[in-house]
Design a protein around this ligand. Structure first.
Ligand code: ZN
Length: 316
């Protein structure tokens, strides 16, 4: 088994929480799998969008801050979030984006993948990539009346790391178990041998690109899956052995996390596969009420008073 098991979740920064819910549930057809608060700033939502379980491999999360301070993509950040859709579905998505006024760049091919790059209301950059449906494990498939199984987003496909020097992050990827799969120009693709879900990472090396500014419309951090706490400690040791500074394990209630900043500037997290979002509410009603981890539950009334309610609703 490789030391890590693919992308666990990606956490980005957004602004208006209701607009985020509208975009990711109604336009993209994902499930609002958990509605909670930023554990380090309870005046802000932490919204998790995913498949039926919002489990590792399909869990795109947002911290929301109003009013927004616009960020900029650049070196030291994850600059593209890649989501896997069934082969042949991109024309459906392009038409859908046109109809709903979603900014996109049309269908293109790069390093052998058919892609459709698009942007959310905060100018967050994402893309859909076509994948042979035989590669999907559909046990947690989530569909909506408008986005059925033949089009639905299944999992993370990849994420793009932008760096001014590949040597500042590649050793970490190798320690995680990634191997180089292919490269073209300044773009390198890595994969985790034997892993079938969210197993790709792409890296763009460009010394001339300015550093990114981490605010609204950019990615805050990327988390990689580890099977359990023992595996997490083993990877933590190898990271510390590289002269980096991983945090102690932090219990996030839904999973356990360790964070460290790569020398390239990108914030990485190692997150355990479980216990997951059914730890405090049933699978059937995930995301419907505001979930608070036990240590915040005594402050619920005060926390709820500081938040504007958001709900899954048809597009206004
Ligand atoms: Zn995280």
């Amino acid at each position: 088994m490789t030391p890590t098991l693919g992308i666990h979740h990606i956490t980005a920064i957004g602004s208006d929480p209701q607009r985020l819910v509208d975009f990711y549930t109604q336009i993209l057809g994902l499930r609002l799998a958990k509605k909670t608060v930023n554990q380090d700033d309870v005046s802000a939502y932490h919204l998790f969008f995913g498949d039926r379980e919002g489990g590792p491999g399909m869990d795109l999360t947002f911290f929301t801050f109003m009013p927004p301070t616009p960020g900029s993509r650049g070196n030291g950040l994850v600059t593209n979030i890649s989501l896997a859709v069934p082969a042949g579905s991109l024309p459906f998505w392009k038409e859908r984006f046109d109809k709903l006024g979603v900014k996109h760049e049309g269908i293109s091919a790069q390093l052998g993948w058919q892609r459709l790059v698009f942007y959310d209301y905060d100018d967050q950059r994402l893309e859909l990539v076509e994948v042979d449906p035989a590669n999907f494990d559909d046990k947690d498939l989530w569909t909506t009346p408008e986005v059925g199984a033949e089009y639905a987003i299944r999992q993370f496909h990849s994420a793009l790391l932008s760096v001014h020097d590949k040597a500042l992050v590649e050793p970490v990827l190798f320690a995680f178990g990634y191997a180089v799969e292919s490269s073209e120009g300044n773009l390198t693709r890595y994969h985790l041998p034997g892993v079938q879900r969210a197993e790709f990472i792409e890296l763009e090396e460009d010394p001339s690109k300015p550093a990114g500014f981490n605010a609204s419309g950019t990615v805050h951090h990327i988390a990689f899956s580890v099977v359990d706490e023992a595996a997490q400690q083993a990877v933590r040791q190898s990271i510390a052995g590289m002269g980096l500074y991983p945090t102690k394990m932090i219990d996030r209630f839904y999973f356990k996390s360790i964070y460290f900043r790569t020398p390239a500037g990108i914030l990485f997290e190692l997150a355990t596969m479980g216990p997951g979002f059914t730890a405090d509410e049933p699978l059937e009603t995930l995301g419907e009420k505001l979930s608070l981890p036990p240590f915040l539950e005594p402050h619920r009334e005060q926390i709820e008073a500081g938040l504007t309610p958001v709900t899954v609703r048809p597009l206004p």
